[in-house]
Write a protein that binds this ligand. Structure first.
Ligand code: EPU
Length: 343
């Protein structure tokens, strides 16, 4: 008889179905966590030994062709209301919930705030690590707290919003807490009234074009989905990991100089400096639509690298390095990867 508290530990597993870049990387060891009992078993038995990676939808990472470690895929499911006032609800979702269906579910329940984050591939657990953002919104703005289990201690841990240290595509889970815990669920604090966030100009423009003055949350969700898939490769057609690099932040004086040299440069004030559109920088270096080997630059959005079919990890690294070198040489700006490399 199968004991459902014991997860299957598989060996030599192709990761192709488990990460959106879709390379044929093979992991030494692969474990799927479907329940809290599975995670408890892994931790109590000290099975999470380095190197290991906790995987959600695999939408923001690539792997060495042979990953000599353990991949733990979080597939726990469940969404529940854990608090309520007239204005807000607290909604807890298990780490393995698929992000886009979670957002859709919330809108269906009349819980608002996440509409602009429609159609982002990945899971709820990863949304807190990466502080996913798009179309004028970031997940962290709506996160009330994050629950996790310490890998060494096996203890339940909770991080308040402030303790998560959310920043642009960043959180405490990428720094001091990296590799020390497994996120089990995220509690979102959502509004009971829909307040449209139309700060992103392409979104506001599309609504105007369609004659929608006061969108419903579902209309915003649908339009964001459409804008997104108009620019990004559809995962079922092309492997990719969304934006491959972060948009770099430069000092005000560097930006002024760049504006003199390149009047068309895309950038906006961010903290003490300016955030530049990495896609624009990459495009100016002539990379849009080009390939190196079987790894290419998406022709509608130069910030996205795509698997043109049979792409290897080395080809990804070579293309990423060539882009970084060209942008550095031309603009004096060092691009940082947004995508995580598991080597
Ligand atoms: N641009 C170009 N050429 C390109 C791509 C972009 O000139 O090839 C210019 C655009 O014309 C625009 C500016 O760059 O003026 C910004 O482009 P876009 O609106 O497409 O957004 P982005 O800054 O390239 C960011 C996020 C995306 C998110 C979009 C929409 C990062 C690293 N990326 O991209 O997030 O969907 O904004 O909000 O911040 C992801 O993280 O995986 C992701 C897709």
């Amino acid at each position: 008889m199968t004991d459902f508290a014991i997860p299957a530990v598989l060996h030599d597993v192709s990761l192709r179905p488990y990460h959106t870049f879709g390379t044929n990387a093979v992991a030494d060891c692969f474990i799927e966590v479907d329940t809290a009992a599975h995670l408890d078993y892994l931790i109590k038995r000290h099975l999470l030994k380095e190197p290991f990676v906790i995987l959600g939808g695999g939408s923001n990472m690539v792997f060495a062709d042979r990953y000599r470690g353990t991949v733990v895929r979080m597939a726990t499911k469940g969404i529940r209301l854990v608090g309520q006032t007239d204005e807000y609800v607290l909604v807890e979702a298990e780490a393995g919930e698929e992000w886009d269906s979670f957002v859709r579910h919330c809108i269906g329940q009349g819980w608002y705030g996440l509409e602009n984050l429609a159609a982002i591939p990945g899971t709820v657990g990863a949304s807190a690590v990466q502080n996913v953002g798009a179309y004028g919104s970031e997940a962290g703005q709506y996160i009330d707290c994050v629950h996790a289990v310490g890998i060494e201690s096996g203890k339940t841990l909770s991080f308040s919003h402030d303790e998560c240290l959310f920043a642009y595509r960043d959180s405490v889970f990428k720094h001091s807490m990296a590799g020390r815990l497994v996120i089990t669920s995220v509690v979102y604090r959502l509004h009971t009234r829909y307040i449209p966030n139309l700060s992103y100009s392409a979104l506001a423009q599309t609504l105007r074009d369609e004659g929608i003055a006061n969108p419903t949350a579902m209309q915003t969700f649908d339009i964001v989905t459409r804008i997104r898939w108009g620019r990004l490769p559809r995962p079922e057609e092309w492997g990719s990991a969304g934006s491959f690099f972060k948009n770099p932040v430069v000092t005000a004086s560097h930006f002024e100089q760049l504006q003199k040299d390149y009047p068309g440069i895309a950038g906006y004030a961010f903290g003490d400096g300016y955030k530049l559109a990495a896609g624009w920088l990459i495009e100016q270096c002539g990379w849009r639509g080009r390939s190196l080997g079987r790894c290419g630059v998406w022709d509608k959005q130069a910030l996205v690298l795509v698997n043109r079919g049979g792409c290897t990890f080395d080809e990804i690294v070579q293309l990423a390095n060539a882009i970084i070198a060209d942008v550095e040489a031309r603009f004096g700006v060092t691009l940082q990867r947004e995508v995580f490399f598991n080597e």
